[in-house]
Design a protein around this ligand. Sequence first.
Ligand SMILES: Cc1cc2nc3c(=O)[nH]c(=O)nc-3n(C[C@H](O)[C@H](O)[C@H](O)COP(=O)(O)OP(=O)(O)OC[C@H]3O[C@@H](n4cnc5c(N)ncnc54)[C@H](O)[C@@H]3O)c2cc1C
Length: 325
Amino acid sequence: MADTGVEKVVIIGSGPAGWTAAVYAARAQLAPVVYTGVPKSDPGPVLPGGQLMLTTEVENYPGFPEGVEGPHLMDLFRKQAERFGTRIIEEDVNRCDFSQRPFVLHTDGGRVRAHSVIIATGATANWIGLDNEMRLARTGGGVSACAVCDGALPAFRNKPLAVVGGGDTAMEEATYLTKFASTVYVIHRRDSLRASKIMQQRFLSRPNAQVLWNKVVVDVLGQDKIEGVLLEDTVTGERAPLSVGGLFIAIGHTPATRFLKESGLEFNDKGYIALHGRHSATNIPGVFAAGDVADAEYRQAVTAAGMGCQAALDAERWLAAQGID
Ligand SMILES: Cc1cc2nc3c(=O)[nH]c(=O)nc-3n(C[C@H](O)[C@H](O)[C@H](O)COP(=O)(O)OP(=O)(O)OC[C@H]3O[C@@H](n4cnc5c(N)ncnc54)[C@H](O)[C@@H]3O)c2cc1C
């Protein structure tokens, strides 16, 4: 039996990974507590419900043949977790002390002790930070931070599209968009790309690929739908509009791990939580991680949900092995 006042499992984060972990843990009678997080804007916008709260149409989540709005999907995830008795606390976890057992988590409202913890805090897409960029991203106005997620939507077909970035991810996203767009402009602030040669060549070999060198986006134009971007030349300072029907920001992600800095957890070279093999186990027994916070590779809702399931099953087995069930 668990000590009184000690949770069997605390789940940090309320995106697809966190809610899926909650569904599994609740159905396994582990009485999970989910800390949803609170709205934040640094390094980019983060809301309870996670990154899908920043998008409109989700067309690739299985089970929704007609597509589903991101916030509605997250509401359904939450309701499913609630149905099985998940307790929900709308606060952030600010610090984790994994050096003592039970673990101690410091939250907005105080402290909570837990035998096991599942970290599902995601990775925030980096945005340029322009008002009109965020407004049109949230309203389905043609600005996105995920080409693989949104590029195939009918709204982007046969239109000129812009991608901001210069690394491998930007090249991958831009190459993907060449399948749908009339032209794909990669907008890059310098006169050479950071991306590997092979990724650059893959993009540049497409007949509808173009790089606009030494340019930054200083505004996004259009009321309800994007009509263009205002570019500034980083060498001359000159400004000129470029007409586009979509803008994809590909300047990286920041895993939400700042609150774990002193926790003793291991991270990989990109700052994501390091996992051991195919499991969700971290270097600290009893601490598991799921979703984008531990996955720089796929970063999709369905993969995050799958990892949430794995983490809950791993936590359940680990707790049983400790005699806590
Ligand atoms: C614009 C955009 C469009 C996208 N479209 C699609 C799509 O169409 N299809 C698709 O499959 N994927 C899409 N994605 C990717 C998808 O959103 C992510 O892969 C997925 O949300 C990751 O889930 P997660 O649970 O790991 O993390 P997230 O969804 O990022 O959730 C993280 C959660 O952790 C919480 N949190 C953070 N820090 C703390 C803390 N200290 N304490 C407590 N809580 C905390 C946050 O509040 C949030 O609830 C899109 C992403 C973006 C940015």
